[in-house]
Design a binder for this molecule. Sequence first.
Ligand code: NAP
Length: 274
Amino acid sequence: MTTQPNHSKKGTALITGASTGIGAIYADRLAKRGYDLILVARQQARLDAVATGIRSESGREVAVVVADLNVAADVRRVEAILSSDASITLLVNNAGVGATSSVLESDADKMDAMIGLNITSLARLAGAAARGFAARGTGALINIASIVAVAPEILNGVYGGSKAFVLAFSQSLHHELKDKGVQVQVVLPGATRTEFWDVAGLPAEHLPQNIVMDAQDMVDAALAGFDQGELVTIPSLPNAADWQAYEEARQHLVPNLSLSEPAPRFNVDRAGRN
Ligand code: NAP
């Protein structure tokens, strides 16, 4: 008698940037929740170490995919997995890089690579996953943005802009997918203690420690928000009503954002134009 692999009833979660930091913690937590895993990042040795630890602790199936999400062929390879593997029920779009330099002092190629990873690959992978989820009428997408999505003055402007994209894209995806059985969550972490800050050029030890959250706390809060069905989760925000008020202010603008006439306050002299 052949033994069948013990596939998870929860299905499989594909997590990008799972070799360290926030992504590795999502991997641990999702395995404990009963998901099988596909872990994606560039560094094979680190991915293998994360996978081995999770397999022995949780007994779940863990596959590793070495891919550089700044390389178009690698992004397409991960898209193909998302499109063809119907056991995938959750995508955590987490891989991302930041910068602490000003735009004036930043290298244009590095900014371009940041856009490629934080925006292009995220949008392509989300699209591939969403098409499968919508067709099957079930699935969930977790996109990792940042508080700089709504506070872009804090760090590098391209980084802030890339995370504002992730927020807007997720809001739009939620609008498109909410009646198709697909859950969307966008997480806006504040400063979180990971290697992100070393890569971005300012180690987290140099930040005021009262603004830096432990990565395990961040992920546990974000997953609690996911369980509560939140679209936008800000792990440190004490009062959810504050986000609600911000969202209501945005919605209040909507009826006046596209009209046939300029606003009277601009005094456009339409009659005297010729
Ligand atoms: P991290 O510790 O630096 O981890 C980043 C992960 O992304 C690593 O697994 C890295 O693995 C992977 N990665 C980087 N470039 C990649 C590429 N080209 N292709 C594939 N994988 C790549 O950072 P983190 O703090 O966990 O960040 C995770 C997410 O949280 C990012 O989107 C970040 O913007 C967001 N975030 C972080 C903070 C913070 O304060 N830490 C705050 C707000 C939002 P390899 O090197 O093996 O490829």
